[in-house]
Design a binder for this molecule. Sequence first.
Ligand code: ATP
Ligand code: MG
Length: 454
Amino acid sequence: MTHGSILLADDEEKILKALGRALQDEGHEVVCAQAAGAARQLLAQRGFDVLIVDNLMPDMTGLELIREIVASTPEAERPQILMMTAHATIESAIEAMKLGAADFLQKPFEVDELLVVVRHAVEQQRIRTGYRYLISEREEDFNHYGIVGRSRRIQDVIRRAETVAATKSTVLITGETGTGKELVARAIHDRSAQRDRPLIKVNCAAIPDTLLESELFGHVRGAFTGATNSKKGKFALADGGTILLDEIGTMSPGLQAKLLRVLQDREVEPLGAERTTRVDVRVIAATNRNLAQMVAEGTFQEDLFYRLNVIPIEIPPLRDRREDIPVLVEHFRRKHAQRIGKTLETVAPDAIAWLQQYAWPGNVRELENTIERAVVLSAGPVIGLDAISGLGAVAREPAGGLPSLKLHPNLEWAERETLRRALAAADGVKKDAAELMGISQRAISYYLNKYRFD
Ligand SMILES: Nc1ncnc2c1ncn2[C@@H]1O[C@H](COP(=O)(O)OP(=O)(O)OP(=O)(O)O)[C@@H](O)[C@H]1O
Ligand SMILES: [Mg+2]
């Protein structure tokens, strides 16, 4: 049995009461309006599954109200409309059906007849909005500490993160760029007993090796030329909390050895210091490299690898968990629409389909950027295929004519980006890139020149 929310509009109180009660007894939620204007106001405030409207009301006819709703609201956001009409005004009912009303009831009718028609309308509405309903209703279920996803593999990641949060064990998070490694690290810290203590992140790739040691462990005044003051290291700053060693795979062998000693002894020795200091820090390391392979190749120290790899968490690339894409899209649509104060209700189904088949080399970060851009660029209430598929939108060269690009003027980046990707995928071979893009050699020369690719 499907229960729905029903807006019942009739100027006769007796009818409102009788029908309202019957519908409620069936389990529906019923709101009554005694005039067309009141119904219109309620519709502006909230959504209903079904609108049952009497045609003859003093302020406005039911038909006029329907015409207005149809003109002002996209179909996906309209309730199912049922019209009640007396025999004399049956033409209005037919007119209403032409406008998109789901059905009509000719007065006098049996309550049972109403219940059947309403049940059917609610079911229709469930089908019509099913897609949106599924995503918007489920998003909360599939959002754990900001980690959004419904695939079994991401659920495994979430479960493991929850388990390890309760411990102080060292964690090694691996995954391609943009898969959410930092997000998971933060979720672990935020769920741990140390969540009120600091989480300190160090990007090992961003800091020159010569500085990284003092960055991690600190130094005392005069430890090296230019060390005019002593400085606390990140390990000391993270004391009692968590340190995230990001891009650990880029660390030099010398520093790897020093880090190993810190992990073994739980003590740090600031540069130039005479003594070591105890630190109580949970270590989370993250990398997009294959450390086991680096160990085999001799570029990553084996002992350090085992010290770090106590609890491994591997985040699969987005293309291997495409079920996550619709929930992620919905999550990012909301986030960015809210941020810029735009009302964007949905992403069109064909746009979702496109997003789901794309390979996402930049993983979730690339998906988020795509949705953010689409939210900013979309003119209407729906994010359409045109707003997101820019990456694949380089048009084919029309037969015999000059190359033409049917693109939104704001989407020049898409041309450039498509070009860049095609070139990367083709290892820089122009002919192959042109083939990937489905354009001629002449056309690709044109674009290479336009965007000054060498
Ligand atoms: N499952 C997810 N749910 C919600 N947002 C996500 C998810 N995964 C990633 N993101 C978002 O995608 C972006 C990239 O994530 P993050 O920085 O954690 O990736 P990363 O694996 O650390 O990338 P890199 O290797 O490039 O450092 C962030 O804005 C993050 O919030
Ligand atoms: Mg990261």
